[in-house]
Design a protein around this ligand. Sequence first.
Ligand SMILES: [Zn+2]
Length: 155
Amino acid sequence: MKIKQIRPEYVEYIPERLEEGALYISERYRTAVHKCCCGCGQEVVTPLSPAEWSVRRNGNQVSLWPSIGNWSYPCRSHYVIRDNYVLEAKAMTDRQIQQVKVNDRADKAAQIRRTNHANEMAALAPKPSAQITSLQEWQPRMSWLQHLIHWWKSL
Ligand SMILES: [Zn+2]
């Protein structure tokens, strides 16, 4: 690994030109970007979400979890960023890479299902007052109709 240590740069927007050895973290866009620590110069984008990566701050130190596996780049580097240190992880075989990709997809699918479920629950939750007002408008007409029905039945 050419880059053994990384420094966190907290930014709003990810700059166009990335410096080697910097991990740009945009909390606003929930993304971290850095140049591959093997030194190949590829830009590695790690979206920050429960199903993807998470950043842990510890003073000036930063950790990124899970590991970064650049399987789609020629270098195929695999490393972990922990407390600003770049720790080389085991190179993976093609078979393991396939497995990780499958797991990633499964994680993502589960995450999407959870989100959809949350949205459904939100849709079922009581609506704000606008709806209630229209219900109240609707009710007198209903009782008027009931009166009519009563009257009709009494005939
Ligand atoms: Zn690389």
